[in-house]
Design a protein. Sequence first.
Length: 349
Amino acid sequence: MNCLDYRRMIVLTDGRLGPLTSKTAYSVIRYRPDDVVAVLDPQHAGQRLEDVMGWGEDIPIVASVEEALPLEPDSLLLGIAPVGGQLPDAWRRHIGSAIERGMGIISGLHVMLRDDEALAGLAREHGAELLDLRDPGPFDRVADGRAADLPVKRVLTIGTDCAIGKMVTALELTAAARRAGWDAAFVATGQTGIMIEGWGIAVDRVISDFAAGAAEWLCEQVADRQIAFIEGQGSITHPGYSGVSLSLLHGACPDALIICHQPGRTHHHGIEKTAASLTEHISLCEQLANTRHPCRVCGVALYTGDLSDADARAAIDATADQTSLPVADTVRFGCDPLIDALRQSLDLP
């Protein structure tokens, strides 16, 4: 089955529920709300989801799979992407409970659930599907720059760090572009994007020699569209994830970049390493992109979820002054400044 075939999902967050701590859950709930029947998080059970996440009205938070059974769930979606993509031992009881009731398990982990003898055996016994979305299958294509010749306009979201809104920005821009009358595609390059869109490749799972080739292949699948918004991964300066960032930059040969940033974030996510400044990132990404194809940063997407409205608008104004670029929080205030910038830069109607 395709992950979009599951329409009554329990989303597992297990104590990590929050906009930045459960990015997968956050995004699936935002972009597939009608397909989520409950969030499984014992530490937050009984609370209002919209109070914790900012949306998700009428979706209950439960303490167990059993508590969600009256809602007739058909699957359990793992809503956290732990560092390294490993399977936490604490999740096994929740996954086992779901499998015993015949539910599909939708996973974006690096660990393949189907290779886990205990879970795979239990799934066979109960006729449950283990859907490992991060598995790219056999992929051995080396990029050669051919994406630069595709007719589709390619916009890549890049970031000053990971966990900073690259996928959400690409999704919001795709929706805004469609409202503007453009034939726009969203290109999923990670497990959460695949959960939302139903297709794509988790590029960080592809062998490094072939990761840029995967980005190239993804662009070919939308070559007949007017514009494609390609979901970025990692950050070009993050020591843990720079490889996948550069693979996307060179494989997609983007025509334009939108850089994602959080005001006040000074260190890389998950490590005690100082991040380069926003302006340094803009310069570096443009230099690297232009080694393959003419490209520039056309705008900045800010994450301001931790700021008041007044402080968020002040941060947007300050960033615009700092960079001389259009700036928007695409979720909070909409995408118009970035869409206008792309229209001008890419010569779109």
